[in-house]
Design a protein around this ligand. Structure first.
Ligand SMILES: [Zn+2]
Length: 424
C-alpha cells in the first residue's frame, strides 16, 4: 500500500474566508506568511480559525496620521476651529509633552487602529525646536513595540517650518540617520514654498529618503506648491517616491487648472492622499454664505433658535449608495460637514437625533422621565460626545418596555469586552 502523504500542517489555517471576488478559500499561514490558498485546503493548523464565509481583506493601510498628537484634544482649553488655530493650539500643547506621554497616547491610537484591522500605517511626527526629537524617539519605540503586528513608517515632519539657521534641518538629518523612513514638509505655510521644497529635497537625497509632504492645505486657489513639487520630483528622478497629502486648495481652482495640475502630478508619479475627516471639518470655514456644502446651514439655523433634527434620508437606493439607518453614523457625518465639533456641539447633535426629532414629530411621552414610554437604547459609551465620535454600538434596545435588540440581547454582557472602538 502507498504510504499516506501527510497533510501539511500550518501554524494557522483560516477556513471559509470570502475574498473580495466572492470566492471562498482557506488560507494556510506559517512563519508570518500566507503559504497556501485554496478551497478546502487539505491541511491542518495548530490554530484553526473559521471566517464562516465573511469578507476577508488584506489589512488596512493608513498612509497618513499623526500618532504624536493623537488623543491629545482633552488637553485643550478652547477647541480650535481652523487649521491656523489648530497649529497654534498644538504648538502650545506639545511644548509640555514628554516622551512617555507621547508614547502612552500613541500606544492607545495604534491599538485602536489595529483592533479595526489596520496592519500598516505611516505616521508623521513633529520635528521642531520646541519638541526636538522627543516625539520621534517615542514613535521609534512604538514602531518597535508593534513590530510584527503593525508595519509603522515614520515621517520626520517640520510642522513649524524651517528656520534660517538650519537648526530644524539638523534635527531632520538626525532623525533620518536614526531611522526615520521619510522626510515631510509643509511648503504652502512657508514664506517661499519653492525654497522649502528645495531644502527638503536636498536632505532627502543625501539620505536616500522618500518624501511625504503636507501640500496646499488651504481653501485658496493660489496655493499650488504641488506644481513645483511635481516639477522637482521629475527633475530629481524621484518618481514613485513622493506622496502629497491634503491638496485641498485644488477644490478651489478652476477646471483647467485642476486638470493641468493633475496631469503634472500623474507624470511625476506622485501619490495623493486625501484626509476627509480632518479636512471636511477644518476647510471651508472662511467662506461666507453662500457656502455650498450641500447641506442646510445647520449652525446658522441652530443659532437662530430653530428646532433642527436630522435623518437618514435614503438608504442605499437610487439617490445614494450609503446609509445604514444608524443615527450616530449620520450624526458623525453631520459633525464633519457642518463644522460642529466642540463638546457642546457634539452633544447637540445627539440631541438632534433624539429630543429634537421627537419634537418635530410631536411625539407624546418621549424621554427618560417618569411616565415616558419605555423606548430607550443603552450605548457602549459613557457620554453623548463619546457615543457620537465612536458611533457606539447599541448594547440594549428596549422598545415598548421590552428588550428587543442590541449586542447584549444576542451575546450577553460578555460582549461588552468587544470594545472595538477603543476608548480609554
Ligand atoms: Zn497631516
Amino acid at each position: 500500500l502507498p504510504e499516506a502523504v501527510p497533510h501539511p500542517r500550518y501554524e494557522v489555517v483560516l477556513r471559509h474566508a470570502r475574498l473580495a471576488s466572492g470566492a471562498i478559500v482557506d488560507l494556510g499561514i506559517a512563519a508570518g506568511r500566507i503559504c497556501a490558498r485554496g478551497p478546502q485546503l487539505a491541511a491542518s493548523g495548530s490554530v484553526e480559525l473559521d471566517a464562516a464565509g465573511h469578507l476577508t481583506l488584506p489589512g488596512f493601510v493608513d498612509p497618513h496620521l499623526h500618532l504624536d498628537k493623537a488623543l491629545s484634544r482633552g488637553e485643550l482649553r478652547e477647541p480650535p476651529e481652523t487649521l491656523a488655530e489648530a497649529i497654534t493650539a498644538s504648538r502650545g500643547l506639545k511644548a509640555h509633552w514628554t516622551e512617555a506621554a507621547i508614547e502612552a497616547r500613541a500606544t492607545r491610537a495604534v491599538t485602536m487602529a489595529l483592533r479595526a484591522g489596520t496592519t500598516a500605517l505611516r505616521t508623521h511626527v513633529d520635528v521642531d525646536l520646541s519638541l526636538g526629537l522627543r516625539g520621534f524617539h517615542a514613535l521609534c519605540r512604538i514602531r518597535e513595540q508593534f513590530s510584527g503586528q503593525v508595519r509603522i513608517q515614520i515621517v520626520a515632519f517640520p510642522q513649524e517650518g524651517l528656520d534660517p539657521a538650519g537648526k530644524v534641518e539638523g534635527l531632520l538629518r538626525r532623525a533620518l540617520r536614526e531611522g526615520a523612513d521619510a522626510i515631510g514638509g509643509l511648503p504652502a505655510l512657508s514664506p517661499d514654498p519653492r525654497v522649502h521644497i528645495d531644502r527638503l529635497f536636498a536632505i532627502a537625497k543625501e539620505h536616500g529618503a522618500d518624501i511625504d509632504m503636507h501640500v496646499d492645505e488651504s481653501d485658496s486657489p493660489l496655493d499650488l506648491s504641488i506644481e513645483y513639487l511635481a516639477e522637482r520630483t521629475q527633475r530629481d528622478g524621484y518618481e514613485g517616491r513622493v506622496v502629497a497629502g491634503h491638496c485641498t486648495s485644488l477644490a478651489a481652482v478652476d477646471e483647467d487648472t485642476l486638470h493641468r495640475v493633475l496631469a503634472a502630478v500623474g507624470a511625476a508619479g506622485i501619490s495623493l492622499v486625501t484626509l476627509p475627516s480632518t479636512n471636511l471639518y477644518l476647510q471651508g470655514r472662511g467662506d461666507r454664505p453662500p457656502v455650498r456644502r450641500g447641506l442646510l446651514p445647520v449652525r446658522a439655523a441652530v443659532a437662530a433658535g430653530i428646532n433642527v433634527a436630522y435623518g437618514s434620508d435614503n438608504i442605499r437606493d437610487a439617490f445614494t449608495p450609503f446609509g445604514n439607518a444608524r443615527m450616530l453614523e449620520t450624526g458623525l457625518v453631520l459633525g464633519h460637514a457642518a463644522h460642529m465639533g466642540s463638546p457642546a456641539e457634539l452633544r447637540s447633535i445627539v440631541r438632534m437625533a433624539t429630543h429634537n426629532g421627537a419634537r418635530a414629530l410631536r411625539l407624546p411621552d418621549y424621554g427618560l422621565d417618569e411616565g415616558c414610554r419605555a423606548d430607550l437604547v443603552v450605548l457602549d459609551a459613557a457620554s453623548p460626545e463619546d457615543a457620537l465620535v465612536a458611533v457606539a454600538p447599541a448594547l440594549w434596545v428596549v422598545a415598548g418596555g421590552k428588550p428587543v435588540a442590541g449586542l447584549w440581547a444576542h451575546r450577553g454582557p460578555g460582549a461588552a469586552d468587544a470594545r472595538l472602538y477603543g476608548r480609554g
